[in-house]
Design a protein around this ligand. Structure first.
Ligand code: 6PG
Length: 633
């Protein structure tokens, strides 16, 4: 290799280079070039000269060349430092003269490549003459040439070439991979998203210390965040698919030292929008562009096409848009289910509300299952058949289809239906709760969404429910009103529509409060495929958003008005049927009650105002005379 050929320079058996040692006599440019190479690779830089003990520096400054013993102490320190980098998987470029083979033997390792900067004595002399303040004076140059043993197996570069050319040769020589996307976090969502990217022609490199190569056979794994970053084309794009919260901060912290201004980090977890707001701002101070993106559709969506709700630093979007569009779910018309939601936390906010709607729709379907099954004595197969039939009509959507499917799944242990042996305690990871919390902060009423969260909370305490069931036995009689399947379909349709509308009104309020300018039509459009709440009903909402007055409130859109006017009596009937049978239907009850509230021109809040003024002189307004009043009660 002494001729400097750049092909297959890596020593046999070496799969990964962790250290590039830039070597040569003083003045050959090893530090300057080393720093530039380290920057290009996103690696650390180690200046070998910084590790000389004071006595070596004094000796050289006095014009005496170092002997082998002097150099042995110095090289031992350097070796020690390199070993600490090795232990944490941090690749580095090292500047070290390493003039003799026995010096190089002291540093050598299977992951190290020497880059020998070869130049004529005249050229180097000229450079040294121009260099001031270095302990290595020009007169010592001859002593360096005297002991120089040119290396074998090194990459040999001609220092007459320009630095960019030299950097290019180094990158080629170490066969630095040139991936388009990085994926940090290779749990099922991360690895499926990586596979989806690969399926669409993107080259991906992954990093996850907890994942073995056997689990991701087609994915090249980096051994450290730094190596992952170094392997990416610039501006770099790195997905972070780790659990929301501190893990995201940790993952970003691991990437940051190797990233450069203009690089993009994409957090695709269910992150709280306020964390995304904070991170977007913090990272932008360092020139790093954050995208906080909702990714919906579970593991299958991640693999075959998720619905994507990106937000964050707007400058990141042009760099990531084509990638997002290629991997997103497509509607039947081929439209990609992705749209830029807005700056800061806008994307994660839309995803959070998506999840709150998801909770509400799941609760609504569960209440219908309960009414039909426990209340009306319909068996699982019949309930499944009803959902299957509804899925042929306007209720067509993922959760309706899924409900039909899961209700008839066989249990391998009992041979019965699996759903019958699943404990009735709903878990949650918190996104629905966050949506309710923020709705309260914004003073937006989303009772159906709240009911979805509270029903899960109530279900969780199974033991207490068992005790209370004994304390309060059912006293309802059996001669009660039975809603028909058609009424149930109408009620479910109306309740779904109201749940979506409440979620969208929450997004509207948040957008205005936080200054995001979220386009509601875009949010609804990206939910049409790939995500958990995908359903034909969204087409109705898309239409509604184009209608007059929908910018004031969705329920004012004529198409929603006619739908709800025709379905609301069934909604009432279904809730009555449930209440009469002691079947708890909190989401349906919230649907009809909140609908009745918003469409009631008169509410009993006059009494509340009177009470407030009576006990606390909180004042009130009158309907007939302008101004603020207080009375002696
Ligand atoms: C999605 C889902 C997903 C969520 C699960 C579980 O859109 O793919 O919303 O992001 O994590 O639905 O959420 P819970 O554990 O809170 O039910």
């Amino acid at each position: 290799m002494e001729n400097g050929s750049v092909a297959a320079i890596k020593p046999p058996g070496v799969t990964k280079i962790t250290f590039l040692v830039m070597m040569g006599v003083a003045g050959c440019g090893k530090s300057t070039l080393g720093i530039a190479v380290a920057q290009a690779l996103g690696w650390s830089f180690i200046e070998g000269d910084d590790l000389h003990p004071a006595k070596n520096i004094a000796k050289m400054a006095g014009g005496t060349p170092l002997n082998d013993d002097d150099r042995a102490t110095w090289l031992a320190s350097l070796r020690e430092k390199m070993d600490t980098y090795r232990q944490i998987g941090q690749p580095a470029v090292v500047a070290c003269s390493a003039l003799k083979q026995k010096y190089r033997d002291m540093l050598d390792g299977p992951d190290l490549l020497y880059v020998y900067l070869r130049g004529s004595k005249a050229t180097i002399r000229k450079r040294l003459d121009a260099r001031a303040g270095h302990f290595m004076g020009p007169d010592m140059l001859q002593s360096q040439f005297d002991i120089l043993e040119e290396p074998t197996g090194a990459l040999v570069l001609d220092i007459e070439k320009n630095p960019q050319q030299l950097i290019g040769e180094i990158l080629m020589a170490i066969e630095l991979p040139n991936y388009q996307v990085g994926m940090v976090g290779l749990g099922v969502m991360g690895r499926n998203l990586a596979q989806n990217l690969q399926n669409h022609g993107w080259s991906v490199i992954g990093f996850d210390p907890a994942i073995d190569q056997a689990i991701v056979p087609t994915l090249r794994l980096a051994s450290s965040p730094a190596e992952l970053v170094a392997s990416l084309q610039t501006p770099r794009k790195v997905f972070v698919m780790v659990p929301a919260g501190e893990s995201v901060d940790e993952a970003i912290k691991g990437l940051l030292p190797a990233l450069s201004a203009g690089d993009v980090i994409i957090d695709g977890g269910n992150t709280h929008f306020k964390d995304t707001q904070r991170r977007t701002e913090e990272l932008s101070k360092q020139g790093i562009l954050l995208i906080g993106s909702g990714v919906s559709g579970g593991e299958s969506g991640a693999l075959h096409g998720p619905s994507l709700m990106p937000g964050g630093n707007p400058n990141a979007w042009p760099l990531a848009q084509s990638m997002f569009e290629s991997i997103a779910a497509k509607t039947s018309h081929g439209e990609a289910c992705v749209s830029w939601m807005g700056k800061g936390g806008a994307g994660h906010y839309v995803k959070m509300v998506h999840n709150a709607i998801e909770y509400a729709m799941m609760q609504l379907t569960a209440e219908i299952y309960d009414l039909l099954h426990r209340g009306l004595g319909t068996n699982n197969t019949q309930v499944a058949a009803a959902f299957k039939q509804w899925n042929q009509g306007r209720l067509h959507g993922y959760l309706i289809e899924l409900t039909a499917q899961v209700l008839t799944k066989q249990d391998p242990f009992t041979g019965g239906h699996l759903v019958d042996v699943i404990a009735d305690q709903a878990a949650q990871k918190g996104t629905g709760k966050w949506a309710s919390q923020d709705a309260l902060d914004l003073a937006v009423a989303v009772p159906i969404l709240n009911a979805g969260v509270e029903a899960r909370i109530l279900s969780a305490n199974r033991e207490l429910r068992g005790m209370l069931a004994k304390a309060y036995p059912n006293t309802t009689n059996s001669s009660n009103y039975s809603p028909t399947l058609d009424q149930i379909e109408e009620a479910l349709y109306a309740a779904f529509l109201l749940a979506y509308a409440q979620g969208m009104e929450q997004i509207r309020a948040a957008s205005s409060e936080y200054g995001w300018e979220i386009n509601l039509a875009n949010a609804v459009s990206v939910w049409r495929a790939g995500c958990i709440i995908r359903a034909d009903i969204l087409e109705l909402l898309v239409q509604a958003l184009q209608q007059p007055q929908s910018d004031r409130h969705l329920l004012l859109a004529p198409i929603i008005q006619s739908t709800l006017n025709s379905c609301s009596s069934s909604l009432r009937a279904v809730v009555s049927g449930g209440i009469e049978r002691s079947i708890p239907m909190p989401a349906f009850a919230s649907a009809i009650a909140s609908f009745d509230s918003v469409r009631s021109a008169t509410l009993p809040a006059n009494l509340i105002q009177a009470q407030r003024d009576a006990f606390g002189a909180h004042t009130y307004q009158r309907v007939d005379i302008p101004g603020t009043f207080h009375s002696e009660w």
